[in-house]
Design a protein around this ligand. Structure first.
Ligand code: PMP
Ligand code: GLN
Length: 383
């Protein structure tokens, strides 16, 4: 393995899902729903296969999906993207992130990301030979946020891009307009590209609105906006995502994507196009259900003795394990199957400074109510 990838062993998600399988534990680790997406959309995928959508689709993605994405951006966010040249379908958000970083960063360039960050950010930056500059999100008034001065201090003459994830995995923060304005200010002031990971765009709760950074003044022309059908339609195994960006940025990312995967699987694209056109009502119901599941898991974890942070979006509740007498989340999550028959994710692995997240553990609530209830009952034994 090349030196720059040696720090990246097996991902925490693979490790913890394998641990759940091996021990028969309830898996509140890796974020994937345990119920299916909209039935009519699933049917469309089957029809697409039966109807012969089984050969290479065009490199940028099937026209039906690019058109549906373009219409969705316009209707939801007032953002106009040309389906021919400003939309590119990718193999999930993961490929979109990697291809964007590889396309835009020279070796030695710096990329800012808010820690804790989704694990593929550091790996994608390392693949590009670039350098990740973390800006730490810290709890403040019950939610995780950043210090604008720290963000400004992270910019150097080598900074090329900033990775922005909102709603944010793993903290559940949905950036406010004021926070996004700070970020936009830094981007426009230093001519940075924003790579915005918006995979949880439809999963913000309590009436909190997800604001795409590209909607802020001066941002559309410098933003690669990333989405995924996996989270929006509960089909994480379909690995179908897309980027929207100005044509020169899309051309750059597509140049890299061509040689990573050439093109993305055809049948899912037709089904996701259908989903974007006909199943946004289903997504609203999903959001309401997830909000209730969030509350269910939060109160159970609080009753079990964890300090709990209220997420405004995503699939995840962030907890502080110290009130239970534990200090190291990695050690605890490796023991948790034996202690309680539950699997969770140690948040410290998402930090460039692991000590800053040592006492945090992430639990997923995108699970059936009875699964959450059983997990919570088991965790109550910890106290
Ligand atoms: N970004 C974030 C913040 C995520 O939580 C995930 C996991 N779905 C991804 C990217 C990857 O998405 P995909 O499965 O579409 O590759
Ligand atoms: N996005 C999900 C999570 O954060 C799954 C990630 C993965 O399996 N790579 O848990």
């Amino acid at each position: 393995l090349v030196a720059r990838m040696r720090a990246f062993g097996t991902t925490i998600f693979a490790e913890m899902s394998a641990l759940a399988l091996r021990t028969g534990s309830i898996n509140l680790g890796q974020g994937f729903p345990d119920t299916d997406g909209p039935p009519a959309m699933l049917e469309r995928a089957i029809e697409a296969v039966r109807g012969g959508a089984n050969q290479y689709p065009p490199g940028p993605g099937v026209p039906e999906l690019r058109q549906a994405v373009s219409e969705h951006r316009k209707e939801h966010y007032g953002l106009a993207y040309d389906p021919d040249g400003e939309v590119l379908v990718t193999v999930g958000a993961t490929e979109a992130i990697a291809a964007s970083v590889l396309a835009l960063c020279e070796p030695g360039d710096e990329v800012i990301a808010f820690e804790p960050y989704y694990d593929s950010y550091a790996a994608s930056v390392a693949l590009a030979g670039a350098v990740l500059r973390p800006v730490t999100l810290r709890p403040d008034g019950g939610r995780f946020t950043f210090d604008p001065a720290e963000l400004r201090a992270a910019v150097t003459s080598r900074t090329r891009a900033i990775l922005v994830n909102s709603p944010h995995n793993p903290t559940g923060t949905v950036f406010t307009r004021a926070e996004l304005e700070e970020i936009a200010d830094v981007c426009t002031g230093h001519d940075l590209t924003a790579i915005t990971d918006e995979v949880y765009e439809h999963l913000a709760f309590d009436g909190v609105e997800h604001i795409p950074p590209a909607t802020l003044p001066g941002m559309r022309e410098r933003t690669v906006m990333i989405s995924s059908a996996g989270k929006t339609f509960s089909v994480t195994g379909w690995k179908t995502g897309w980027i929207c960006a100005p044509a020169p940025l899309v051309r750059a990312v597509q140049t890299v994507k061509q040689f990573l995967t050439f093109t993305s699987s055809a049948p899912w694209q037709l089904a996701v196009a259908y989903g974007l056109r006909h199943e946004l009502g289903w997504v609203s119901t999903l959001r309401a259900e997830l909000e209730a599941k969030r509350d269910r898991l939060m109160s159970g974890l609080a009753a079990a003795g964890f300090d709990v942070y209220r997420p405004a979006g995503t699939y995840f509740v962030q907890t502080d394990i110290r009130p239970l007498g534990f200090t190291d989340g990695l050690a605890l999550t490796r023991e948790l199957p034996v202690l309680a028959g539950v699997v969770a994710i140690p948040t410290q692995v998402f930090y460039a400074h692991p000590e800053r997240g040592r006492h945090f553990v992430r639990f997923a609530f995108c699970k059936r109510d009875e699964v959450i209830d059983e997990a919570v009952a088991r965790l109550a034994r910890l106290g």
